[in-house]
Design a protein around this ligand. Sequence first.
Ligand code: ATP
Ligand code: MG
Length: 349
Amino acid sequence: MEAPIKTILTGDRPTGPLHLGHYVGSLKNRVQLQHQYRTFVLVADMQALTDNADNPAKVRQNVAEVVMDYLAIGLEPKVVTICLQSMLPELAELMMYYLNLVTVARLQRNPTVKEEYRRILRAPADTPEEELRELEAQVPAGFLCYPVSQAADITAFKAHLVPVGEDQKPMIEQTVEIVRSFNRTYGQDVLVEPEALIPQIARLPGTDGQAKMGKSLGNAIYLSDPADVVAKKIKGMFTDPKHLRVEDPGTVEGNPVFTYLDAFDPDVEKVQGLKDHYRRGGLGDSVVKKRLAEVLESFLSPIRKRREDYAKDPAGVMRLLKEGTDRARETTASTLASVRKAMHLDYWP
Ligand code: ATP
Ligand code: MG
């Protein structure tokens, strides 16, 4: 007998268009695995509101942008179920039940949430750690609890595998704890324990050399950026600050230009050759950047072209999202029914 097909759930916050970091961290795995797994991709608009409550128009506008990015990179809407979080009310209900299984202290310990506090609180980069801890109480409760919302998303689809970047690892760990606690407390194997699928390049750095390329950090190359914008961003990229003259030996580690080549250049030997030459000295940054510009252009130009085609029919894109959401709802409703039953909340059929 064939093993039953396993499920993938993952998603993105509609806070802006998707970038190379999303591709490396998660989108690439989604595209590669879409025919092997039953795949659900969630546009997490409720989660986007946890730190954009004052700007719902931005979230609304980016929903279609993110879906267009999905289609442009090759997620097939007939194969993958693309759905919208706020139109799946079961997710919010599940979160409400899970909140009782998590302590405030556990939420406050989540390293990714802590890392994001600075941005949420608009605290300057040099704000001391103690001051930040004092400000902690000012973080919206919804933001503190968003890992629980992610646990609801993952478990609603009974996902086995969650393809995500490294920053999301603590969320999957927290989800596993909630699943175990739920199954222990309510005495049934209702929920499925998920596993994170984290790629080799687990976190793509920003063009400025910061550890993470992020929509909210202003250091991203977007999948939808026009060719001249990409070229300009590459020209301005951070490299080895000690590599001042062409003859100087340069450092490859932590140099984002080389990390991007590792992620996108199909000619691995050529990249190795460039790295060796750079380390020895005698290879200028502009030569390495020129190679990167070629590589990224051949990666991005078909994506850009497909995206332009979808952008001509935004209503059609939203229709695909609605169809996906209607399909997804069958699954979330069925999970919620078994959760309610396990919790003795099945009052009437
Ligand atoms: P925001 O700044 O609004 O949080 P973001 O750029 O961090 O946006 P998310 O929507 O939070 O994007 O992340 C969606 C997915 O993309 C997650 O799986 C996350 O791990 C992955 N991801 C985002 N940025 C990177 C990156 N620089 N490297 C690897 N994976 C990334
Ligand atoms: Mg993020």
